[in-house]
Design a protein. Structure first.
Length: 70
C-alpha cells in the first residue's frame, strides 16, 4: 500500500485548507497548520479504509489480491 501522499495546503484568511493530491475527496479545513495536517492524515486513513471495504465488497467471492507497484 502506498504510504506517502502529497498534501496541498493553503492559508486563506483565518483558515488552513488542504487536499490530498493523489486521492480526490480527501480535503480538510482547520484553524492551524498542525490541526490541518492531523485532520488530513485521519481523513486519508478513513478514505483508504472505506475504499478497501468497497473494493472487497464489489469483488464478491472467489477473488485474489495482488500487490501492484508503480
Amino acid at each position: 500500500m502506498q504510504t506517502d501522499y502529497t498534501a496541498v495546503v493553503k492559508h486563506v484568511d483565518a483558515w488552513w485548507i488542504g487536499w490530498i493530491e493523489e486521492l480526490p475527496g480527501v480535503n480538510c479545513q482547520e484553524s492551524t497548520h498542525e490541526e490541518l495536517i492531523t485532520s488530513l492524515r485521519e481523513t486519508l486513513r478513513e478514505a483508504l479504509k472505506l475504499n478497501k471495504q468497497d473494493a472487497l465488497a464489489a469483488a464478491g467471492a472467489d477473488f485474489r489480491q495482488e500487490p501492484i507497484a508503480i
